[in-house]
Write a protein that binds this ligand. Structure first.
Ligand code: ATP
Ligand code: MG
Length: 390
């Protein structure tokens, strides 16, 4: 078996000027942490390429390749075969190594890069020799220099010759942690895991907050939230979860507030608690899965009423998306099947028959006047249970 490596191209990083090395450093440390479980490997970089080279026989190459596809900040990646810097060896190995790639296409071109200028063939010579060899081995192919189906690249580096086919699109976005940290309000639904994923993609480290109302909500609903977070964590890295006991607050709202304000007051209580818990954890914002107009509590009026009680900015990455667009992402991150499991969420327990959709400023405060807000918040926060999701 020929030795193989993974080559990684960073994406938006290239645009970040002086910050670039910080971004690249974060990306590399994520790669090191995430790939540890697949065996020993080394990470080196030169120009805008990062090289991952297995150092042990039992390195799980395909597991690592799969995981690299979920690391934010990576624009594209590919596997490459490594051999001696010897023309005969390159020509001998390349046709077999590239078989799968070349059988799937009709046209190709070869590109050569020489980091080692002592190599006795010029780049055009390498292209010509290898191009000829591949045409001979795969007669169905033709060369197309302008828009080939695949570009075969040969790189002559210090340590050896690297041969590779086409690139695979990476997870994109910004490396985790380069945008700071934010807390996602996670329910068991379709939307909030997608919102979490999208904001992690923009470089945020995630913290998660879930409101549970036992016995109205079951332990299975909590397990579902943990499963959903573990799906997101495959991209974002580990997530700390705070489960807030919410039963008493909901019962108090049911006793003391007008029914058409139940949902709004409940969401304002969630926001108050979340912004406090999040700030304590060093979070710089809150994330929700709200989408404008999707339900009564997501009108622009209602969003204004919940925003006004949060000290932190509220990020709503799904605000302009239709349900179908959200579902596409939910399926892509493998959360959908879990999200549609039918367990009760606390939001559905005390649903008013005629929810208020256009609260005016001041009306929510009036609806909350008989609620003992501060002690309720403190009690809920003191009852939080934490878990670590990876
Ligand atoms: P989702 O699919 O994310 O549950 P939804 O369309 O059902 O969203 P709502 O139930 O109105 O909408 O919730 C809106 C947002 O409020 C959710 O996306 C989530 O961010 C937050 N949220 C709702 N319920 C909870 C909960 N039990 N714990 C924490 N956050 C919640
Ligand atoms: Mg919901």
């Amino acid at each position: 078996m020929m030795k193989e490596v993974i080559l990684i191209k960073d994406g938006e990083l290239a645009l970040k000027g002086l910050n670039r090395s910080v971004f690249e450093g974060k990306m590399i440390s994520t790669i090191k942490r995430r790939l540890k479980k697949y065996g020993e490997f080394s990470v080196t970089r030169s120009q805008s390429t990062v090289y991952i080279e297995p150092q042990s026989e039992d390195f799980d190459f395909s597991g690592a390749l799969d995981d690299v596809g979920r690391i934010f900040g990576i624009a594209a990646f590919c596997r490459a075969g490594v051999c001696q810097k010897d023309m005969d060896e390159i020509l001998g190995i390349a046709p077999g190594y590239l078989k799968e790639t070349l059988c799937a296409v009709k046209t190709f071109k070869v590109e050569a890069k020489r980091a080692d200028k002592k190599f006795p063939f010029t780049s055009p010579q390498i292209c010509e020799e290898l191009g000829g060899k591949l045409l001979e081995a795969y007669p169905h192919l033709t060369v197309n220099v302008h828009s080939p189906d695949v570009v075969i690249t040969v790189e002559i580096r210090e340590k050896g010759a690297y041969i590779r086919g086409g690139q695979i699109k990476g997870a994109g976005g910004l490396p985790t942690g380069t945008s700071g940290k934010a807390a996602v309000l996670i329910s068991g639904g379709i939307d909030s895991p997608v919102a979490a994923y999208l904001m992690a993609k923009r470089g945020l480290t995630l913290f998660a907050i879930h409101f549970a109302s036992p016995p109205y909500t079951s332990v299975r609903a909590e397990a579902k939230v943990k499963t959903l977070l573990s799906k997101v964590a495959r991209y974002s890295g580990p997530i700390n979860l705070a489960i807030v006991p919410f039963t008493e607050i909901q019962e108090e709202i049911g006793r003391r507030c007008p029914e058409d304000y139940f949902t709004l007051v409940m969401r304002r209580m969630m926001m108050r608690i979340s912004s406090r818990v999040a700030a304590n954890e060093g979070c710089l914002g809150l994330i929700t899965g709200e989408s404008l107009g999707q339900v009564a509590s997501q009108t622009i009026h209602a969003l204004g009423a919940t925003d006004s009680v949060s000290d932190l900015p509220v990020l709503r990455p799904l605000i302009g998306m239709d349900k179908e667009e959200i579902v596409v992402i939910s399926k892509k991150i493998d959360a959908f099947e879990t999200s549609i499991l039918p367990y009760e969420d606390c939001c559905t327990v005390f649903t008013p028959r005629h929810p208020h959709t256009r609260p005016k400023p001041g009306q929510c405060e009036a609806a909350e006047k008989d609620l003992d807000i501060e002690p309720l918040i403190e009690k809920a926060i003191s009852g939080i249970q934490y878990s670590f999701i990876e």
